[in-house]
Design a protein around this ligand. Structure first.
Ligand SMILES: [Zn+2]
Ligand SMILES: [Zn+2]
Ligand SMILES: [Zn+2]
Ligand SMILES: [Zn+2]
Length: 444
């Protein structure tokens, strides 16, 4: 993959990936990255080290033009699909664009207005020079940083940057550091993280500074996490699609957006990730599809989520076998998607197959097995669906088997056990209610 990191010419002002043969690297690394949907799992070997080092040096400082946030930048920064939003009025699905820089417009009126009074005249060449994608990434990174800095402005008043020791526009992104600690300048963190990411070896640790606090080790979260993830995307998005830095940054950004509940923004990131994966990392596509399906579910696009989940199950069962953990996990995702899409009959069929497989693969008392059994019982007696006596009996049997297994084997940890108990109780209550309804029918 990535044999020669050929750049689209003059696409970005940034981490230019110098020509020259990059070391071939192990794509399985990027696979596991995608599989876990977690940046910490990048295990591949680096691309050309020198290239990354140069990217790191070139990376963290946005151009002056890129630092100034104006209305256009805000429009772009907030748009889930900035390539098709009118830079003048913010209307989505803009069909026209500037012939020079490719910024999108509703039409000639908006474009003319933006040229005369919207500042486009001063920017058009800047945008063209660094490329629209980079320009948008800069605007998004700046907006995310401003938001994070504003969030912590009071707390940060007396704090100092954990990297350079100075004050100023600080943010934080962890819970582990004490009050008043854990602050950093985004530029300082980015410079450090890019340097570490450019090092050889270390693999999974290489990207850690981009997603976990150097001081306390906690994963980043909240607006600080998003600011850091946007910054990483600003730094790496101009690299070749197969460059693992870029692969990581895209995956990390999708995760950060999803964790923030910004699913509309997450969607195009996941779609791009899938497009890259399909071409360059076909082994990762099931996990990317699963992430994309999650995003669609959050947006209420249940049919699309279902389509993706089916594809994931088919691919993994073929590749890993039906009893592999990945396949079981995928089938669980499919069962949930079927539930969301109100495909109850098929959901039952999938769960009827899945539960015995989990018992074989994971054991009767495994928390996942138990919750799957509970889900199956729940699906069988779900309210609003007429069920025969034999189905109710089946659900009852399943529940008793789960309860016995849970009591005998004990779930793995208290939290799981508690959650399971609760879900079992709820299912039982539902079942009992169903039974009461039946009785009512019989005796009145
Ligand atoms: Zn417009
Ligand atoms: Zn232009
Ligand atoms: Zn600093
Ligand atoms: Zn911390």
């Amino acid at each position: 993959m990535c044999a020669e990191t050929k750049k689209k010419p003059s696409k970005t002002a940034k981490p230019s990936s110098p020509a020259g043969p990059a070391k071939t690297h192990d794509t399985t690394g990027a696979k596991s990255d995608a599989r876990q949907s977690s940046p910490r799992c990048v295990t591949a070997d680096v691309t050309a080290q020198a290239q990354a080092a140069q990217a790191a040096r070139a990376a963290p400082r946005p151009s002056v033009a890129a630092r100034r946030v104006d209305v256009t930048d805000l429009i772009l920064a907030r748009a889930p699909r900035p390539r098709t939003i009118c830079a003048a009025c913010g209307a989505p699905e803009a069909k026209a664009h500037c012939g020079n820089c490719r910024l999108a417009y509703c039409g000639a009126r908006c474009q003319r207005r933006h040229w005369k009074s919207g500042g486009h005249r001063d920017r058009c060449d800047d945008v063209r020079r660094i490329g629209l994608d980079q320009y948008v990434a800069n605007a998004q990174a700046n907006a995310a940083r401003e938001r994070a800095v504003a969030t912590y402005v009071a707390e940060a008043a007396t704090a100092a940057c954990g990297f350079c020791g100075k004050g100023g526009q600080l943010l934080r992104a962890c819970d582990g550091c004490e009050a008043g600690a854990g602050f950093f300048h985004l530029e300082c963190l980015a410079a450090y993280a890019a340097t570490v990411a450019a090092r050889d070896g270390a693999r999974s640790e290489r990207f850690q500074p981009w997603f976990a606090c150097r001081a306390c080790g906690d994963d980043f979260r909240g607006v600080g996490r998003l600011a850091v993830a946007r910054e990483a995307w600003r730094v790496y998005n101009g690299l070749h699609p197969t460059d693992l830095h870029r692969v990581f940054a895209m995956n990390n950004l999708g995760d950060a957006l999803g964790a923030m509940g910004l699913h509309r923004e997450c969607l195009p990131v996941r779609e791009d990730e899938l497009a890259v994966g399909r071409v360059h990392f076909p082994n990762h596509t099931p996990q990317i599809e699963a992430n994309l399906a999650r995003c669609h579910t959050q947006l209420g696009n249940y049919a699309e989520a279902l389509r993706l989940r089916r594809s994931v199950v088919a691919a993994l069962q073929k590749r890993e076998g039906p009893l592999s953990r990945m396949s079981l996990e995928a089938a669980r995702g499919l069962a949930n998607a079927l539930g969301d899409a109100a495909e109850t009959e098929e959901q039952r069929a999938v769960l009827r197959q899945l539960w015995p497989r989990m018992r074989r693969a994971l054991g009767d008392a495994h928390a996942t097995t138990l919750s799957c059994g509970a889900k199956l019982a729940h699906a069988l007696v779900e309210k609003g669906h007429a069920c025969s006596d034999s189905v109710i009996a089946e659900a009852e049997d399943i529940l008793w088997e789960c309860l016995e297994a849970a009591r005998d084997g004990g779930a793995d940890d208290d939290v799981t056990a508690d959650a399971l108990e609760k879900s079992l109780e709820e299912t039982r209550r539902l079942y009992l209610a169903e039974e009461a309804d039946d009785d009512g029918d019989k005796f009145t």
